[in-house]
Design a protein around this ligand. Structure first.
Ligand code: SF4
Ligand code: SF4
Length: 75
């Protein structure tokens, strides 16, 4: 399956992570957004990445729980 996250709707997943918690297959990852200007390598923030979208079974649970409507799934 293809999974698209609208990052204009999900700007900081840290206080949500509902998709990550509900997914039975562990498709999502909370990943740091790099800050090239910071020598200490502290991230600018975080984003949700559908890293393992190839194993998604299309159950739709993540779409249902997302409070922002930020997740779209297609074949
Ligand atoms: S549709 Fe189901 S399996 Fe696929 S990413 Fe969402 S919760 Fe996980
Ligand atoms: S459920 Fe939606 S708003 Fe919450 S972290 Fe996932 S994509 Fe972002």
């Amino acid at each position: 399956m293809k999974i698209k996250i609208d990052y204009s709707l999900c700007q900081d997943p840290t206080n949500c992570l509902a998709c990550l918690r509900v997914c039975p297959l562990g498709v999502f990852l909370r990943a740091p957004v790099e800050n090239p200007g910071d020598p200490g390598k502290r991230p600018m923030g975080y984003k949700i990445v559908p890293l393992y979208d190839k194993i998604c079974n299309g159950c739709g649970e993540c779409v249902k729980v997302c409070p922002k409507g930020a997740i779209k799934i297609s074949k």
